[in-house]
Design a protein around this ligand. Structure first.
Ligand SMILES: [Fe+2]
Length: 192
């Protein structure tokens, strides 16, 4: 499967996204090395690798969280930006299991939560991220905050989201995709 370029946050590409196995996901990630990101100066794979590296530093024993960081934006360019969290989660669920899928599904909600719950968070958002948040529903209201906090993976989704914001530095040197292949295969083979 060939990723689509994602240079327009409003882009809608009505293409299905489906993976047959973890090797298919690895090939897709590899192809993201040639896919420009919405954020300037980065390709999609740079962002994925930086996010995963951030999470490995924060939670070195949590491979599922690290893999969720690596694949959280995998549906960028395969659907409207406001749907990429859920579309990606459902494509990944059969491969990596419920926890990874649910973390991917929550990474946009976590942004909408953190802008209300964390005083310093909004300042970390890139201009692109602020624009996409409005397309994704904006800051959460009181009822949405309560519902989000009740979800089992809410706190880990917030960690993923913080890593997401920190993973947009052009030229940053982090381990490449080859460093993640064993972890991807391990999480896929032990999925819940
Ligand atoms: Fe992201």
């Amino acid at each position: 499967m060939t990723p689509m370029p994602t240079t327009d946050v409003e882009a809608f590409v009505p293409a299905a996204i489906q993976f047959n196995d973890v090797e298919d996901v690895i090939a897709f990630l590899d192809a993201l090395g040639a896919s420009p990101m919405i954020e300037p100066g980065l390709v999609e794979l740079d962002h994925a690798l930086q996010c995963a590296a951030e999470l490995k530093a924060l939670r070195p024993d949590d491979e599922e969280l690290q893999v969720a960081g690596l694949v959280h934006d995998i549906a960028h360019g395969r659907c409207h930006i406001r749907d990429h969290d859920r579309v990606g989660a459902e494509a990944l669920r059969p491969i990596f299991g419920d926890r990874v899928a649910n973390l991917v599904a929550l990474h946009v909600e976590a942004k909408r939560y953190l802008v209300v719950a964390d005083d310093g968070y909004r300042a970390r958002l890139s201009p692109v991220s602020i624009k996409t948040m409005e397309l994704q529903g904006g800051a959460m209201n009181t009822a949405e905050i309560a519902a989000f906090e009740a979800k089992p993976n809410a706190q880990d989704a917030c960690l993923l989201r913080m890593a997401d914001e920190a993973a947009k530095l052009a030229g940053r040197d982090v381990p490449g995709l080859n460093a993640w292949i064993d972890t991807l295969r391990h999480v896929a083979s032990s999925r819940s």
